[in-house]
Design a protein around this ligand. Structure first.
Ligand code: HSE
Length: 435
């Protein structure tokens, strides 16, 4: 217990997060060393722009121009990768680091999503750590929790709000009644949105996160092939307000569950009852629900992005390594990964919300309802509201439970009608219950 091990750390990427991690490690060095019974040095730093103003100085001798050179250095034990992106330098660095027996801590969900299945094998073979707590849910300790604290459970359902930017935007639209665009700009200013906000808005960010969580929960490989992924780009202030009228809130959810021995994994916006727990998660917060046996249902909640929460997760991973732990990256031996078939989402059944902008003239409503009935889709509620010039109207429909496949066929048919003036907004309704 008394032989303290010394670790040399390299940080690659010194943007918002990298700078915060560096400052945190410098400030809390002694505490971390006491907690982990180790000693450590930040030996090297590599960043694209060395001369960028950061408000703190870094000793010249620490700078390394080519981050890939770090993997060959004997005085590097741990590489903290904070470059981001599924490919390019981040990918090359992490592959090479693990191959050269360096421990890796990363916040890079895109990389783990795309290459995690290969990376985990290298880490396991070389008995080094590949830790990625910061890749999902910001500061929420969800990954370690699934891998370690929930190990006594058979988990069958994980879902929740996994993107702070879109949750912030949806919350602010409701609060400010301002446009989607204005609220996106604000989210970017606050540092929540990705450099390319498209990845937040089109659901791709959640796709990576739910795939990682799903693999850990169900002890499978990461499913990185195509599955239903939609964002919030089609949602307008009007939808948020109509949802309210029907006692719902709109949330972008990542969902994965085991049903009939198949994995049903998807990302899409949902209308959820406004008194449900998830409906109360506002702003840039994330919330993740996990269900299993014997634990039942538990919820994790916290800021899903930003330098503080992300630093907390990175430092947690680092602590684990400094304590001398070598853990399986996915929490199970990857050679034992279970195989599940994918559920055919065409067979998914739920209620649907539709907002159809139509020309306001006779016969339109009957045409729409007849197409719906042809596909066995029964209407629960219907609301028509004229738009400014009275030539057009918003037709809002809530259906009874219907099959995804039937809804898609009906929408295809209705979309072809001349009286349709805009792309139809369809949002699935989830019967989310209170805890
Ligand atoms: N852009 C992400 C979000 C944060 O808005 O949640 C990093 O995962």
């Amino acid at each position: 217990m008394n032989s303290k091990k010394n670790y040399n750390i390299a940080i690659v990427g010194l943007g918002n997060i990298g700078s915060e991690v560096y400052k945190h490690l410098v400030k809390n060095k002694r505490t971390i060393e006491i907690n982990t019974n180790s000693s450590f040095q930040i030996k090297y730093i590599s960043a694209k722009r060395i001369n960028k103003k950061r408000g703190f100085t870094i000793p010249k001798k620490m700078w390394v121009k080519n981050p890939l050179s770090l993997v060959k250095k004997d005085d590097v034990d741990i590489i903290i990768e904070l470059i981001g992106g599924s490919d390019g330098v981040a990918k090359e660095l992490v592959f090479a680091a693990l191959k050269n027996n360096k421990h890796v801590v990363t916040a890079n969900k895109a990389l783990i999503f795309k290459h995690g299945n290969e990376l985990v094998k290298i880490a396991e073979n070389n008995s080094v750590n590949l830790l990625f707590e910061a890749s999902v849910g910001g500061g929420i300790p969800i990954i370690k929790s699934i891998k370690e604290s929930l190990v006594g459970n058979k988990l069958f359902h994980i879902y929740g709000i996994l993107n702070g930017t879109t949750n912030f935007i949806l919350t602010e639209i409701e609060k400010t009644k301002k446009s989607f665009k204005e609220n996106l700009l604000n989210a970017q200013k606050l540092g929540y949105a990705e450099t390319n906000p498209k990845l937040d808005l089109n659901g791709d960010d959640v796709k990576s996160k739910i795939s990682i969580l799903s693999a850990l929960c169900f002890k499978t490989k990461i499913i990185n092939k195509k599955f239903l992924t939609e964002g919030i780009e089609q949602i307008d202030l009007e939808d948020v307000e109509y949802a309210q009228k029907f006692n719902y809130k709109i949330k972008l959810l990542g969902i994965s569950e085991i049903t009939d021995n198949k994995i049903k994994q998807r990302v899409h916006a949902c209308l959820i009852p406004k008194d449900s727990d998830l409906a109360k998660i506002n702003g840039a917060n994330n919330a993740i629900m996990v269900e299993g046996n014997p634990i039942g249902k538990i919820v994790y909640q916290g800021l899903g992005a930003g330098k503080g929460p992300t630093t907390s997760s990175i430092v947690s991973d680092l602590n684990s390594i400094l304590k001398g732990n070598i853990t399986l990256p996915f929490g199970f031996n990857f050679a034992d990964a279970k195989e599940f078939k994918m559920f055919d989402f065409n067979n998914h059944i739920c209620k649907f919300y539709l907002r159809i902008v139509v020309k306001d003239k006779s016969g339109v409503l009957s045409k729409i309802t007849s197409v719906l009935s042809k596909y066995k889709i029964s209407i629960q509620s219907i609301l028509q509201q004229p738009l400014q010039n009275n030539k057009y109207a918003n037709l809002v429909i809530i259906t009874h439970n219907s099959k995804e496949k039937d809804m898609q066929s009906a929408l295809m048919k209705i979309s072809k009608e001349k009286f349709i003036s805009k792309k139809i907004t369809m949002i699935r309704i989830r019967n989310e219950k209170k805890l």
